[in-house]
Design a protein around this ligand. Structure first.
Ligand code: FAD
Ligand code: MLT
Ligand code: ZN
Length: 470
């Protein structure tokens, strides 16, 4: 068992002075933070919904320092919350159940790109944006991308098995991960960064730690798969007369053999919110019920191919196409600014779910109807990665007592459609009561066995991912 420890506590529990002195002995006084004015941003999550009490933040710069920090925590019985960019959206990145934050942001190793093998090894604290720029400078590209790229770390994206904008082409983070380095609960280190294409020697440990949300160890470095970027890229913004025609178009576009990289869904109210919040132009001169943002990329020109596939779509009211970087980015702003715009209204109830692609339209319409009928005071904002059935449901204006029943009715609908209560953001604290329902008792028993085997004292992430013991 770990003892709750915070910056203010003395006894009972671990000796504060002894513990902090031991940490300082590992990383130096400058990298052990305890004053509230410097720890504040590490202790509240991106959504503002999860706020930890006072706690120490430690910032190791190497794998060896990280291992030594974990050993100190183990000796003193102090829980560990690994933290990267703190952009996680399910409450796993802050030590709500006590313990200290181990920030990985100084783990910034960035090796030379291995162009021949299509591999890159990076420290956990390298931001996704920096990793992209490093790969591109070497003529290569990394397949995982998301709106928080300039804050989210590569270690955090691996720990959450992040999805993002290009899953339909490159898969989730796990599909792009070929090597990992992890500090375990006893301070020992798994080192497997070779990134071999073929290596059938037992269990897939990188795959296991990917998506473990800090509950099994601290990821200190990873090796990821790179690909050659396509020279021809086009983005289309398609405006539809209804959610039903937009979501039906997802299926038509997928069937059209286009070299698709992204198919993203936006609805009229969200689009208008972005326009007014960020003072962006209207694009089409008037609003539409629903929009798809479509990216195609290939070795040969793609604009004509996209145009001909789009020409046949039912309910299409207008379209805009961009084939150069700056104009493509301008269209993507309407999509990527959703999270920030909705957060500006006040912390929403955020439900990241997936349903079979063919059910996205039905799910979206029913969710809006249900919430509007049961909570007329609330507003529903929906967007998502429609190409892979991933819908982000955000609800603002709910009173605190209504949040749980409202979430339950939406997640019940997801399960009834054979969907997932967490598509890409993870379980964290927000969804842990749904894990048993989603995965069943056998899976959860195996999860607990893995957790106990790797972290017998429960030092990593108390209160995260696994439901409380019955
Ligand atoms: P943190 O928030 O710091 O941590 C997240 C979890 O991972 C925590 O449980 C933490 O303990 C654990 N963790 C972090 N680093 C490590 C490590 N080195 N070792 C072990 N455990 C670790 N997510 C998507 O999947 N797709 C999206 O499209 C997407 N878009 C986003 C857009 C915005 C604007 C924002 C704010 C968030 C978005 N997210 C998205 C969510 C978030 O960016 C991802 O979950 C991301 O992977 C978190 O990375 P991070 O470095 O910020 O991790
Ligand atoms: C997105 O795709 O916009 C992200 O996953 C963030 C969110 O859901 O708010
Ligand atoms: Zn997303």
């Amino acid at each position: 068992m770990t003892t709750s420890f915070d910056a203010e506590s003395s006894s009972p529990g671990p000796s504060r002075a002894g513990f902090v002195d031991d940490l300082i002995g590992v990383v130096g006084a400058d990298n052990v933070l305890s004053a509230p004015e410097v720890t504040g941003s590490y202790l509240v999550d991106w959504t503002g919904r999860f706020r930890a009490g006072p706690a120490v933040v430690v910032r190791p710069a190497t794998t060896e320092e990280t291992a030594a920090v974990v050993r100190v925590c183990s000796i003193h019985g102090v829980a560990v919350c690994p933290q990267g960019g703190n952009t996680g959206l399910v409450g796993g990145s802050v030590p709500l159940d006590g313990g200290l934050v181990v920030s990985t942001r100084r783990l910034r190793r960035l090796d030379a790109v291995d162009v021949a093998a299509g591999r890159l090894t990076a420290g956990a604290g390298v931001t996704l944006g920096d990793l992209h720029r490093h790969a591109i400078a070497a003529g290569m590209a990394y397949g995982v991308d998301l709106g928080a790229r300039d804050s989210a770390t590569i270690g955090g994206t691996v720990a959450t098995n992040a999805g993002g904008n290009n899953v339909i082409r490159y898969g989730m983070t796990r599909d792009n991960l070929v090597g990992i380095e992890v500090v375990l609960a006893d301070g020992s280190v798994i080192r497997d960064l070779a990134g071999l294409e073929k290596d059938n020697t037992g269990y897939d440990l990188a795959g296991l730690f990917c998506g473990s949300e800090g509950t099994l160890g601290i990821i200190t470095a990873v090796t990821v798969r790179l690909h050659r970027p396509f020279p021809e890229m086009v983005t289309g913004l398609l405006a539809f007369d209804s959610v039903a025609t937009a979501t039906a178009a997802v299926r038509s576009l997928t069937a059209a053999y286009l070299p698709l990289e992204a198919i993203e869904l936006m609805l009229g109210p969200g689009f208008e919110l972005i326009r007014s919040t960020f003072d962006l132009p209207s694009v089409f001169g008037r609003g539409h019920a629903a929009y798809l943002l479509v990216d195609c990329a290939d070795a040969t020109p793609v604009t004509e191919r996209l145009a001909s596939a789009v020409g046949d779509l039912d309910g299409l009211e207008d379209a805009a196409v961009a084939d150069d970087g700056p104009r493509r980015s301008s269209l993507w702003r309407y999509r990527e600014l959703h999270t920030e715009a909705v957060a500006g209204i006040g912390p929403p109830l955020k439900l990241d779910v997936s349903v079979p692609v063919g059910d996205v339209g039905r799910f979206v319409e029913q969710t809006i109807d249900d919430v509007e009928a049961s909570h007329p005071e609330a507003r529903v904002w929906i967007w998502g990665h429609a190409g892979d059935g991933n819908v982000h449901v955000n609800i603002t204006g709910l009173d605190a007592a209504s949040e749980e029943p409202c979430a339950a009715s939406i997640l019940d609908l997801v399960i009834s459609l054979d969907g997932s209560v967490s598509a890409e953001h993870g379980i964290g604290r927000l969804k842990k009561d749904w894990l048993l329902r989603q995965r069943g008792p056998v899976d959860v028993r195996v999860f607990r066995a893995i957790k106990t085997a790797l972290d017998p004292e429960g030092i990593f992430q108390p209160g995260v991912l696994l439901p409380d013991a019955p």
